[in-house]
Design a protein around this ligand. Structure first.
Ligand code: GDP
Ligand code: MG
Length: 685
């Protein structure tokens, strides 16, 4: 239906992503303000930004959960997701990238491409997200527009093309030069929050540069676009702005080029043209390829067009507790869903009722009656859904590719102050865990403590604060500790039998198992080497497999998860009337333990990839310290008297690193770190 396509072509689902402090939240506030979505601009450092609505966010001045909001610009509907920059919350970025169609990458005009941006950039590559770059903070001392563009090429392997250049930098930054229209845009009134701007002639001293850059823009676009190349070669009546825009749109959608914009969000410069750029260059749901998934039973591959006419298909990408109730965020890929209707969770194989639908604006919501393809909405009433589940029509079941999650690497112990607190704590933890798939908890029988684990110190400290503040739990909290894994170094095999009477019934099972080490990062594998001659029923085989999975949840060195092992079922012995699923299960568990102990088990510890920026004179001190922490320097670069050191360091040696780094760099060093891999622990056996 044509109207469906037209409606979709006016939607943009986009995210704003970047390194922490690049100015995402500041930019988002401006976008909301200019689109008339908010009537007053909050500033991050006052704790007043609208998108940072959790108390923890306002206190720390950072964005933690991604908040969805809708706004209108040039007759287009833009759904915006603000995402956090801190690596502890990478999952928030990842889940946003999964459901978004396009992104604005914000870079700081002084620092350029920082390490965290690289991670997110590669995530965006993984999901093939078309993107624009916004080089922010052009008003700051040391701002270097072309330097940042060069860094995009060098560090990200990106193919950026400038569609603007700054009109003045540092304290002379007045606006931007639009290379498509070849005009200046300036914001002159410093008291109207940047609402008014005006088009001006390109200043004399920038004419030559602007001409050169415009020529480059046209050439680069022509290189990527056949229609444009023809126009370029003919060059009879000159190339019109609309030609450039259409060709640049095609090049951006096919990920060949990254249009670059610039400005200074804090000074209210450059935001409106950037929004025009979102409309011009980023995809609508109609531009993205159909989503693919599989039939839950036949496993046949299925495609769904982005259209209201295709059967309803949506992905749950976030679950949040909202006044004690679960609020699920959906990206609708095809079809429509109504409030008070029954839908099918194909991932779980069960029906659920959609009670209410909402359009979201940070933590406020507006009720709507129907959500259609291309929409991002909140849903109340779904009881069992999990992040990553696919919702669809029961008659047309489909499971979309689930999201990748990260394994927690750090944990802390919590001791509730009273029995009542224990109950409250467990209930609260369940709620938090359903919101955040990177957060886990368990009760540790030995110590009687509750252990909660997550992605980093900041992640856990935010969770602990929410427990005490939002859920009013009183508890003592321990120090963060590293989550280890276990694995084996050599192959081993053995057989074992179980035979016992339990509750009046004889239970028997007998298995021969072999364990082999797998390369790091392969996870675990189960294989049956039984030949067809052995009549080993599905139920028995399932129970052997489940017993192996269970055994792997807690190894025998320290109770940590066992990874990178392959378990082969070499043989079984079946006794008529005695063999049972339970018997095989117990036989597998005990045999696994024996084989495991023979296979030279070791602990694996999380190794972090750490990026450190320090003034050059402190570099040798930092490197010496990395070695003392059993770390390895991977790379060192120097730019403008700042050394960038990239190292791999065991997480167990990184606690409190921010304080240490500050003290030996006189407060001038900064770092970011993220999980790299698990490797053999050097000093724990
Ligand atoms: P986020 O971590 O990416 O969300 O960054 P924020 O929006 O919280 O901004 C980080 C800091 O940079 C805040 O103190 C902002 O006021 C400041 N900032 C943001 N944009 C600009 C800008 O264009 N110029 C200058 N000078 N400062 C900015
Ligand atoms: Mg922020």
């Amino acid at each position: 239906m044509a109207s469906d396509k037209t409606r979709l072509s006016r939607i943009r689902n986009i995210g704003i992503v970047a390194h922490i402090d690049a100015g995402k939240t500041t930019l988002t506030e401006r976008i909301l303000f200019y689109a008339g979505r908010i009537h007053r601009m909050g500033e991050v450092h006052d704790g007043q930004a609208q998108m940072d609505w959790m108390p923890e966010e306002q206190e720390k001045g950072i964005t933690i959960t991604s908040a969805v909001t809708g706004l209108e610009w040039n007759r287009h509907e833009i759904h915006l997701i603000d995402t956090p920059g801190h690596v502890d919350f990478t999952i928030e970025v990842e889940r946003s990238l999964r459901v978004l169609d396009g992104a604005i990458f914000v870079f700081c005009g002084v620092e350029g491409v920082e390490p965290q941006s690289e991670t997110i950039w590669h995530q965006a590559d993984k999901y093939r997200v078309p993107r624009l770059a916004f080089i922010n903070k052009m008003d700051r001392v040391g701002a270097d527009f072309y330097g940042a563009v060069e860094m995009m090429k060098k560090k990200l392997g990106a193919n950026p093309v400038c569609c603007q250049i700054p009109l003045g930098i540092e304290e002379h930054h007045r606006g931007v030069i639009d290379l498509v229209e070849m005009r200046g845009i300036v914001w002159e009134d410093d008291h109207d929050c940047g609402i008014t701007f005006k088009n001006v002639e390109i200043p004399e001293d920038l004419l030559e540069e602007a001409g050169r850059k415009r020529e480059e823009l046209v050439e680069r676009v022509a290189e990527c676009d056949d229609i444009m190349v023809e126009k370029y070669l003919l060059q009879e009546q000159g190339i019109l702005p609309v030609d450039i825009r259409q060709a640049l749109r095609r090049a951006t959608l096919s990920l060949k080029l990254i249009p670059v914009f610039c400005g200074a969000a804090y000074r209210n410069r450059g935001v409106q043209p950037l929004l025009d750029g979102v409309v011009h260059y980023l995809p609508s749901p109609a531009d993205i390829p159909p989503v693919s998934g599989t039939h839950p039973v036949s496993k046949e591959e299925l495609l769904r067009e982005s259209s209201d006419q295709d059967p309803f298909t949506a992905l749950v990408f976030k679950i949040q507790m909202d006044e004690g109730r679960r609020l699920s965020y959906l990206r609708v890929y095809s079809g429509t869903v109504k409030a008070e209707s029954v839908i099918y969770n194909a991932s779980l194989g069960e029906r659920e009722r959609v009670a209410r639908l909402f359009q979201m604006h940070a933590n406020q919501k507006k009720r709507i009656l129907v959500a259609r393809s291309g929409d991002i909405v909140g849903v109340a009433g779904l009881k069992n859904v999990r992040t990553g589940d696919t919702l669809c029509e029961e008659k047309h079941p489909i499971v979309l590719e689930p999201m990748d999650f990260y394994e927690p690497v750090i944990f802390i112990a919590i001791e509730p102050k009273s029995l009542a607190d224990t109950e409250k704590l467990m209930a609260s933890l369940e709620k938090l865990a359903s919101e955040d798939p990177t957060f886990r908890f368990r009760f540790d029988e030995e110590s009687g403590q509750i252990l909660i684990s997550g992605m980093g110190e900041l992640h856990l400290s935010v969770l602990v604060q929410r427990l005490t503040r939002e859920f009013l739990v009183k508890a003592n909290v321990g120090k963060p500790q590293v989550v280890y894994r276990e694995t084996i170094l050599k192959a081993a095999e053995d057989r074992g039998e179980f035979l016992r009477e339990i509750a009046g019934k004889t239970q028997h099972g007998s298995v021969r198992l072999r364990l082999d080490p797998l390369p790091r990062g392969s996870g675990k594998e189960f294989l049956s080497a039984l030949t067809g001659e052995v009549p080993f029923s599905g139920e028995f085989l399932e129970s052997v497999k489940t017993a192996f999975e269970e055994s792997c949840t807690s190894g025998f060195l320290g109770g940590y998860p066992v990874v990178d092992v392959k378990c082969t079922l070499l043989g079984v012995e079946i006794r008529e009337n005695l063999s049972s699923a339970l018997g095989f299960r117990v036989a597998t568990v005990t045999t696994f333990q024996r084989v495991y102990e023979k296979a030279n088990p070791v602990l694996l510890e999380p190794i972090m990839s750490v990026d450190i920026l320090v003034p050059e004179e402190y570099a040798s001190g930092v490197i010496g310290d990395i070695q003392a922490r059993h770390g390895r320097v991977q790379e060192m670069l120097a730019k403008r008297k700042i050394a960038e050191i990239r190292a791999s360091i065991p997480l167990s040696r990184m606690f409190g690193y921010s304080t240490d780094l500050r003290s030996f760099s006189k407060g001038r060093g900064t770092f970011t770190m993220q999980f790299e891999r698990f490797d053999e622990a050097q000093d724990r056996k």
